[in-house]
Design a protein around this ligand. Structure first.
Ligand SMILES: Nc1ncnc2c1ncn2[C@@H]1O[C@H](COP(=O)(O)OP(=O)(O)OP(=O)(O)O)[C@@H](O)[C@H]1O
Length: 681
């Protein structure tokens, strides 16, 4: 009997009693209904912390108990942390760890890469940063200018090359257009892309036309595979292969496309955009007998900028697209947190919110005078948590912007509190900080004090890239820029004593304004002492200007300036370049040791600084939300208030026993007022 038939048979027997008995929890009636439902298509609508992941895990465990092979169950999520959360939920309810390993749990993007690799034969270059993509954006603009008809060009606004704001806008919009499959939907419907069509999709017509050229450059018509992929491009490329309604048996061309699924499970279903929905629909079409269960919470849509749309969870959308009848089931009460937080989360999301948690959740709200006061309060809370002998890995500080970690990291290092980061690296290793450390190494002539060769390599690389050093060819003119960079950096990393000579050999050959900045900064670093030395050195480097020239995104430019401001504050305690340089090196050694240690242990033992989007689906005993200021959270620049509020909702609903909100005295975040905290908080 083929597996799919076996699956249908085993999933569809009398469900009066569950075959799987959960350990550690007593499933509620709502959970049991999901676990044992006989409907082949179930969509669960839930609140945050209302046990979506756990219920999906129960459903998977029930399938396993009824005889499904773990490898015939595919569970897809939006992020890697959500995959970890699902594995943890399966283990928590008593599924054996070796069985959990066999269940196919993957993010959409990883799944798409796996399928595409089987078509393309090799992995493609992954370009992550806007800086790496901007040359292709400008090439697309040039192409459009060259090939567009006068009538078309008259309707478009196309900027002059070098306008980084345009690149930022383009990349932002193309993420959304690709998530919506906006161009493909038009082609598949035999429609032309017109200004009216763009307006219908809520997209800018000029940017959509540039996108058409950009995609032709990325994946030339007739070529077997694209030249490169940016973030989310794998899902997009797979969706293009499987989404065309005129290609009903597309899977024949994708060797690794799953053909024998017994069950398809989607966690965080609210994150579906059209591209991910097309993949889901393709999986159901090619596995018509497989069971489907998706769980989501419409208030956790935080990826609307990538085209995520909670409508894909609605039966009205799902049924006609898949030809399946949807059984909608609810999960209403939270088990993660008690009534106080449930009420506040409900106010924020504007919906009723029940709780059945056996424990209470304490809400603390304190004011801070300035950023330093704020980080001191976080450190005090962490020290208190440690004094109470609570598990440090259950203490998480959630940040809206990565640059907010700078002051915190300084304060944690000073207090001797080990930490790990999630969603961003330590600020000590961010590119602009690496550049400044490289300059300090030149000034002190003590590059050898940096122990890690990897750090040395990155420091020299940032020096070359930021200062636009002109590298010659080493072997012949066929060398790519990346190969020349590698060749130039290698000897300096191997012999740290030659860094100063390397620097001097390059400094006069670069652009005059960079030579000037570098010479001025070096003069200060070599000749001055005292607590303001480093601040003066940064002023001489004109870092604000440098950031604007170097980064595409406004937010990234602001982050770079903020990272260096943080460094300035740290430097004020030292009166020589040598002492500060040494401090940074020691801090990094410390951080790396902690990281190695947590890699070796099964569970990290230190507190965590995390980006909010990276903890969606996870939970912690104590969640601290610092920097709650208007302009910081909600952020001031280019954000939708609806998305910001959803992000805040995700952040506060991670807490089990304590939620600490640190609110700016001068400019309190409006979200805190919206939560309508009880006076006791
Ligand atoms: N029946 C139950 N009894 C007690 N606790 C439960 C029960 N079901 C789930 N829980 C616990 O409730 C917490 C929240 O569950 P879960 O992580 O599944 O929620 P979720 O809806 O997926 O959360 P998120 O909003 O992060 O997506 C977990 O600690 C889980 O173990």
């Amino acid at each position: 009997m083929p597996l799919a038939y076996a699956a249908r048979f085993t999933m569809h027997y009398d469900n009066s009693l569950p075959s799987f008995a959960a350990q550690g929890i007593v499933p509620t009636a709502e959970q049991l209904a999901i676990q044992t439902s006989n409907d082949d298509t179930v969509i669960v609508h839930a609140n945050a912390g209302a046990a979506k992941t756990t219920s999906l895990a129960l459903r998977i465990a029930e399938g396993l108990a009824r005889g499904l092979a773990p490898t015939s169950i595919l569970a897809l999520t939006y992020t890697e942390p959500a995959c970890d959360a699902l594995r943890a939920a399966l283990r928590k309810i008593g599924v054996a760890p070796d069985v959990v390993k066999k269940v196919w749990i993957s993010s959409f993007e990883t799944f798409a890469l796996y399928c595409l690799k089987s078509v393309e034969g090799a992995a493609l270059p992954a370009l992550r940063d806007p800086e790496a993509l901007q040359a292709s954006v400008w090439a697309a603009v040039a192409e459009l200018r060259e090939r567009g008809t006068p009538e078309l060009l008259e309707q478009l606004w196309l900027p002059t090359e070098g306008n980084s704001e345009f690149v930022e806008l383009f990349l932002r919009q193309s993420l959304r257009a690709k998530g919506m499959l906006a161009r493909e939907m038009a082609y598949w419907d035999d429609q032309r892309i017109t200004a009216e069509y763009a307006e219908e999709c809520g997209l800018d017509f000029s940017l959509l036309c540039v996108l058409a050229e950009y995609e032709k450059l990325r994946h030339p018509p007739g070529a077997d595979s694209p030249k490169f992929r940016a973030e989310h491009d794998a899902s997009y490329d797979l969706a293009r292969l499987v989404g065309d309604p005129d290609q009903p048996t597309f899977w024949a061309d994708i060797p690794k496309w799953p053909r024998h699924l017994a069950a398809l499970m989607l966690d965080e279903m609210h994150d579906l955009n059209h591209a991910l929905f097309a993949i889901t629909r393709g999986l159901l079409a090619s596995n018509p007998k497989c069971y489907f269960c998706g769980v989501g919470d419409v208030d956790q849509v935080i990826h609307a900028h990538a085209g995520a749309d909670a409508r894909y969870m609605q039966a009205e959308m799902f049924e006609p697209q898949t030809g399946r009848h949807v059984q909608a089931l609810p999960l209403t009460a939270s088990y993660r947190f008690g009534p106080a937080l449930a009420a506040s989360a409900g106010h924020l999301a504007n919906k009723a919110y029940a709780t059945q948690a056996a424990h209470a959740t304490q809400l603390r709200c304190t004011r801070y005078a300035d950023d330093l006061d704020c980080v001191q309060q976080v450190v005090q809370a962490a020290l208190q948590w440690r004094a109470e002998k609570r598990k440090m890995n259950e203490f998480v500080v959630l940040l809206r912007h990565p640059h907010q970690s700078v002051l915190l990291e300084n304060a944690l290092l000073e207090a001797g509190l080990p930490y790990q980061t999630r969603g961003f690296g330590t600020y000590l290793q961010r590119p602009e900080v690496m550049l400044v450390r490289a300059l300090l190494a030149v000034a002190t002539q003590h590059f050898g004090a940096v122990q890690s060769t990897e750090t040395r390599r990155r420091m020299v690389e940032e020096l070359v890239v930021f200062c636009r050093f002109q590298l010659g060819f080493f072997r012949d003119e066929s060398e790519t820029p990346a190969e020349r960079l590698q060749e130039a950096v290698r000897p300096v990393v191997a012999d740290p004593t030659i860094l100063a000579t390397f620097f001097e050999s390059q400094i006069d050959r670069t652009e005059p304004q960079i030579t000037r900045r570098l010479r001025n900064a070096m003069a200060i670093a070599r000749n001055q002492t005292g607590p303001t030395m480093f601040a003066q050195m940064l002023d001489a480097l004109e870092m604000r200007q440098w950031a604007a020239e170097h980064w595409v995104e406004k937010q990234r430019q602001a982050d770079a300036v903020a990272h260096l401001e943080g460094l300035k504050q740290a430097a004020a305690r030292f009166d020589s370049v040598a002492a500060f340089f040494e401090h940074l090196n020691q801090a990094e050694v410390h951080f790396e040791k902690q990281r190695e240690h947590s890699k070796r242990s099964a569970k990290p033992a230190e507190l965590c600084l995390a980006d909010i989007a990276q903890v969606k689906g996870l939970e912690f005993e104590h969640v601290v939300l610092p920097f709650l200021a208007q302009g910081a959270f909600p952020a001031a620049e280019r954000v939708s208030m609806v998305d910001e509020r959803k992000l805040m909702y995700v952040a506060v609903t991670r807490a089990r026993s304590t939620l600490s909100l640190l609110v700016s005295q001068a400019q309190p975040s409006q979200f805190v007022a919206e939560m309508q905290l009880a006076p006791s908080a």
